[in-house]
Write a protein that binds this ligand. Structure first.
Ligand code: ZN
Length: 241
């Protein structure tokens, strides 16, 4: 995995909880990392701001600033399509905007939500649009600037309630060297402060599983931290490893 990383996130915070480690690792390797937020999560994932009496416009501005700070902590580019949330409505226009992003970034790897989430319809909607855009961007006849896309692998990042979203991890990514950056990015999102420790604990648990799967006696540190991913397409290789 090397080359541009494209992350397609339904709401402003999703990429932080679920993929900040992968993003920070890509940036540390010198790869471009671009995050697309289809919405700010202004209606569905900003309860604290609503309770504080903020207006919709204020909440969008708050969530934008928070997400920009989180992306800056990781060294990633971020772009907001302001497509609205709860519901995030799938449109051909939105897919077309994503096709243009795919053609411009030409990602080596794509991260997005899993296709099933009975708690949050915006997440699968984002995934469906991301996958449709990826396929359209591959078509030489699709009218958008740039060259046709290759076949970048797609990894689903871990949903909030993985068992109910049919999430079965295929990949455990060692994010130990960048966990401090992930924590800093999480702390850039005070609107969802209740998530900071939850996702720190999850990274510890995935780290324990990572050590177990790497080999129990390989000497990975006690403090190993992990992020889990699920592959959509088969891995392509000439060596089984
Ligand atoms: Zn979300």
């Amino acid at each position: 995995m090397s080359g541009p990383l494209l992350v397609i996130s339904a709401h402003a915070g999703d990429f932080v909880w679920r993929a900040a480690g992968a993003i920070a690792l890509a940036v540390e390797r010198g790869d471009r990392a671009k995050v697309i937020c289809l919405s700010f999560g202004e209606r569905g994932e900003s309860a604290k701001a609503w309770r504080a009496g903020k207006t919709l416009a204020e909440i969008k501005a708050i969530r934008r600033e928070e997400a920009e700070n989180a992306a800056a902590a990781l060294g990633a580019e971020i772009e907001f399509l302001d497509a609205g949330d709860y519901p995030l409505v799938e449109t051909t226009e939105l897919v077309d905007r994503l096709v243009r992003v795919f053609r411009e970034v030409n990602p080596a790897v794509v991260l997005t939500h899993p296709l099933y989430d009975p708690y949050n319809g915006d997440h699968p909607a984002a995934a469906r649009m991301a996958l449709q855009a990826r396929v359209l961007a591959q078509a030489i006849g699709y009218d958008a600037p740039g060259e046709p896309l290759g076949a970048p692998p797609v990894f689903f990042f871990e949903p909030h309630q993985p068992e109910q979203c049919d999430f079965k991890l295929d990949v455990l990514l060692d994010i130990t060297p960048v966990f401090d950056k992930k924590r800093k990015a999480m702390e850039s999102l005070p609107a969802q402060q209740h998530m900071w420790d939850y996702y720190t604990d999850l990274a510890k648990r995935r780290g324990i599983q990572l050590k177990r799967n790497a080999g129990p006696n390989l000497g990975l540190p006690h403090s190993t931290m992990g992020e889990a991913y699920m592959r959509l397409y088969p891995q392509v290789t000439d060596v089984l490893a």
